[in-house]
Design a protein around this ligand. Sequence first.
Ligand code: SAM
Length: 278
Amino acid sequence: MESALYIVPTPIGNLDDITLRAIDVLKNATLIAAEDTRHSKILLDKLGISSKKMISCHDHNEEEKAQIIISEVKNGGIVALISDAGSPLINDPGYKVVTHCAKADVKVVPLPGPCALITALEASALPTDKFMFRGFFPVKEKELEETVCSLKDADYTCVFYEAPRRIIATMEVVGRILPEHDVTLCREMTKTFESFYRLKAKDAAAFLKEDPDRTKGEFVVAIGSLKNDITDIPENVKDAVSELIRTAPVKQVTAVIAKLTGLKKNDLYNYALSLKNE
Ligand code: SAM
């Protein structure tokens, strides 16, 4: 294996989601830079990988740890950068390490793999052709309101992370400011209680309050755009989609109708998907 800094995603719940390549890199690593070494040791033990040289690498010491990583690679080593779960750098440490390595001409090899943002987007049933990721919702009320207000005229899907203790309060604000927007609350993905709640924003907080179990675990929130609203599809076309998907695959139906009507394939696909989900 070539000497380099490898960015290695780890599972966001289901251990089987680790990739073969990730295991290979971790096994061959001469140094593992982990967000929390104790947390990552549990994963490494489960993978049968032991007695690795490890360093902790978090937001407050990244610059200093970058130098250790650079000299390890320059001395022929293989460094694996991992975070507590999911893809490093995506709302996790690693940005400064990668920046310093790039500046020092150290080879950086990113491995594809688990990431809550992408996993949520895929199941959201919201348009995926154009999206923005905003990390965690702001905690301060005023900033939260400003952030949510900025989405009123957005023509893209916007994805946020949120903590379970804040999900109801946040969805109250989202529901008040963007009542008619479609939202998908993606909970505990890849785990036993994986759930996707696809709702109008105005109904989300009340829905969560109905059952305390609905607020347990980790959340990703995807907010749709009114610009992509499926009401833009004429009624007769909607009827045709609804009839045809009874007997033909959604992809095939939407491709043919898009060709015949000139409507966007993605809009038709999302409409067909929403019918299937109903
Ligand atoms: N780097 C990670 C990634 O690739 O997704 C994200 C790290 S961020 C500190 C942790 C947040 O991601 C959680 O608070 C939650 O919002 C989201 N998250 C992580 N795992 C999740 C899961 N299994 N289901 C839903 N959300 C999850």
